[in-house]
Design a protein around this ligand. Structure first.
Ligand code: SF4
Length: 694
């Protein structure tokens, strides 16, 4: 009823990569409720987070003034009460805080400074952030949470199809007759996308679910392959072995559009279903049936999530999925394609905007002299380093080594999200100068020297890009609280104080600059997005809503050919033994978003899931003598936590599943920092763990 609100503003949900369009209903200067509207990804639908997870915007913990660490503050640590921070910080005016923030970074200078941007910021803010580090400090030590998310998927996609983005929107599943969902749990993590998956199965589509957890999508599956954790390559190679041995591959497609097929074919001969069944725990006949079902599809899609990417063999896992799609010709047609489901609402856009240490915007290599000079010409600045910068975990190591002494962290929370998080917290405590820009005193802000109060998504203008490559317009519904500011403004003011001479009137100016060196944004203008709300890239003309499917006629690689890259079995880094006999895997749950800073301050969501919990099989609980609801102690080589145990038949008896949103039982105290050699992504999905009654 329109009497319930004073105004309604169309914007984008701030949580997951589905990118649902929302209408924010505002009354008396506050967001009162949220409705779904007809965006290309959601067609009016919303999940519980999008619909009910908004009152964090008006939470009493919101930062309303810049804060500077007090001279007499206790030693840096995870020791700030966000409701009672006065013991650690004092309020400051913007000028003082910005001068202090910039001077500290400038005094350290050069490679002594690194930056973490955020996939929760807009494209314009991400672009400005990478520009600030590159132009201001002359190097590429700038990264964000893609490193913890799909960096290995992107590495494999760039290597083998020439582009890191999805080849088809998830909505294309409506044109498919078979789909694989592997290492993803869309009912909890991409809930609106999951509604399209369910509709697909209701129409008779065959959904092959592959996951070490017997998750909710199982109910809708034609095949449920609950394989042993960490054995993706053996299972996928066995499926491809059947396709090779039974000659079910698409020879015409392979000849027209691929390279290295003979090597792949030869490589796969060793991976017989019988031999691999022992490794992955799936019967040979099931592997054969899945191979025949997938290869027999008219149109098939492959979806994957962090169950695939967060392994030391994450890039190999993705290489297998790409090979499977290529050998069956399942790319570039309606209902066919490769789709890594992106996590954060703007992880696609932040990566596109160059918030990564090896690439400038549009994945243009920092090592290419021509590329760098195209950017420095637009920026009116000097050349910067032609060396790849350090990644998230490498930056923390460099802090411990004393090579990095200052950091600028915008909207990331490494004190919760990094693997072996005590290592990251120690690094943050060691920094000489830490500037944190956020909306709350996050765990990372606990360690800050200066905190700059920023804007929630419902308070800012800017574009974001979802998992479907849809660039969408976010609009402010309410003003930031107190003296908090939009993030782009804070970045510009800092840059001015670093002597960079920036001059932007607003995000539209930034977007216009981005377009100068980003072909992906051809035919997409700020005005168009204001008018249309969303345009998918690539867009071929000012009227084209964008291409839902790409690579119908070749790939952006040499000779237009995609590549088969064979993958071999690599064991997880931290293998169970007598001392740590079980397997720990971490992830999200429906009600909470990542490190919990927003959703744990959203009344409905926190009401639904108020307490840190882990999932154990009933047999495991019985063996431990622990009843559901009682506490267990989880211990790995990195550390130990105590947490409430839930009974869950979806996990196997040798596994424990642990969400990472809860600071009081932080999952990443336990996780292993070993990384994939290509994507540099940590192995969050596999650690050896001991479970005991607490
Ligand atoms: Fe928001 Fe994702 Fe839920 Fe859509 S599916 S409402 S984008 S959290």
């Amino acid at each position: 009823d329109s009497a319930d609100f004073d105004k309604e503003v169309e914007s984008i949900c701030p949580f997951c990569g589905v990118g649902c369009q929302v209408s924010l209903k505002v009354k008396d200067g506050k967001v009162k409720y949220v409705d779904g509207i007809n965006g290309p990804a959601n067609e009016g639908r919303l999940c519980v987070k999008g619909r009910f997870g908004f009152d964090y915007i008006h939470h009493e913990h919101r930062l309303t003034k810049p804060l500077i660490r007090r001279d007499d503050a206790p030693a840096k640590g995870l020791n700030v009460d966000p409701g009672n921070w006065q013991t650690h910080f004092r309020e400051a005016e913007w000028d003082e805080a910005l001068d202090f923030a910039a001077k500290g970074l400038k005094d350290i200078g050069g490679t002594g400074v690194a930056g973490f941007g955020s996939a929760k910021c807009t494209n314009e803010e991400a672009y400005l952030f990478q520009k600030l580090i590159r132009q201001g400090f002359g190097h590429n030590n700038v990264d964000h949470c893609t490193r913890l998310c799909h960096a290995s998927s992107v590495a494999a996609l760039m290597e083998n199809v020439g582009s890191g983005a999805v080849t088809a929107t998830f909505n294309q599943i409506e044109n498919a007759d078979v789909a694989i969902a592997i290492g993803c749990n869309p009912i909890e993590n991409h809930p609106v996308a999951a509604t399209y998956f369910k509709q697909f199965t209701k129409r008779g589509g065959k959904l092959i679910v592959m996951d070490p957890r017997g998750q909710a999508l199982k109910r809708f599956s034609s095949h449920m392959l609950q394989f042993r954790p960490g054995t993706d390559v053996s299972m996928l190679n066995a499926i491809m072995n059947v396709i090779v041995e039974e000659e079910l591959y698409d020879q015409q497609y392979i000849e027209a559009y691929t390279e290295n097929w003979e090597a792949e074919k030869e490589h796969l001969r060793d991976f017989t279903p019988e031999a691999m069944a022992e490794v992955c725990g799936i019967e040979a006949e099931t592997l054969r049936d899945v191979a025949r079902t997938f290869a027999g599809a008219n149109a098939a899609m492959i979806f994957w999530g962090m169950g695939v990417s967060q392994h030391i063999h994450g890039t190999d896992n993705s290489r297998c999925l790409i090979s499977l799609a290529l050998m069956t010709g399942q790319v570039g047609r309606p209902g066919a394609g490769l789709h890594p489901l992106r996590g954060q609402n703007n992880v696609q856009g932040a990566s596109d905007a160059g918030l990564i240490p090896m690439f400038l915007p549009d994945y243009q290599s920092v090592m290419n002299d021509g590329v760098r000079s195209a950017f420095t010409e637009v920026w009116g600045s000097e050349d910067f380093s032609n060396q790849k910068g350090l990644t998230v975990t490498e930056i923390m190591d460099a802090v411990h080594d004393g090579d990095i002494r200052g950091m600028y962290v915008l909207g990331e929370n490494p004190a919760m999200s990094d693997p072996d998080v005590e290592h990251a917290r120690d690094a943050l405590a060691k920094l000489d100068h830490l500037v944190v820009q956020d909306i709350f005193i996050t765990e990372t802000a606990n360690f800050a020297d200066v905190i700059l109060p920023a804007s929630a998504f419902a308070e800012k203008s800017g574009t974001v890009t979802n998992t479907n490559r849809q660039v969408q317009m976010g609009r402010p519904a309410v003003p930031p609280p107190g003296e908090a500011k939009e993030d782009w403004w804070i970045e510009v003011e800092l840059a001015k104080r670093l002597g960079l001479g920036w001059d932007y009137a607003g995000p539209a100016d930034v977007f216009a600059e981005m377009k100068l060196n980003m072909n992906s944004l051809n035919n997409i203008t700020w005005e168009r997005l204001e008018r249309e709300n969303a345009v998918t890239y690539p867009s071929l003309s000012p009227e084209d809503p964008g291409q839902a499917i790409v690579f119908a006629d070749g790939f952006p690689r040499p000779d237009g050919r995609a590549r088969f890259t064979p993958a071999s079995i690599i064991a997880p880094d931290d293998v169970p033994d007598q001392e740590y006999p079980m397997i720990l895997t971490t992830g999200r749950q429906l009600e909470h978003w990542h490190t919990g800073s927003m959703t744990r301050r959203a009344t409905v969501l926190d009401g639904l899931e108020p307490e840190a919990n882990c999932s154990l099989h009933p047999l495991t609980l019985r063996k431990l003598g622990v009843a559901p609801g009682e506490h267990v102690r989880l211990t790995t080589k990195r550390g130990s936590i105590e947490i409430m145990a839930r009974e869950d038949r979806a996990v196997s008896p040798d596994m424990v599943f642990l969400p990472f949103a809860y600071v009081e039982a932080a999952a990443n105290i336990l996780t292993n920092p070993a990384v994939d050699p290509y994507g540099k992504i940590p192995e969050f999905k596999f650690s050896a763990v001991r479970v005991e009654a607490a």
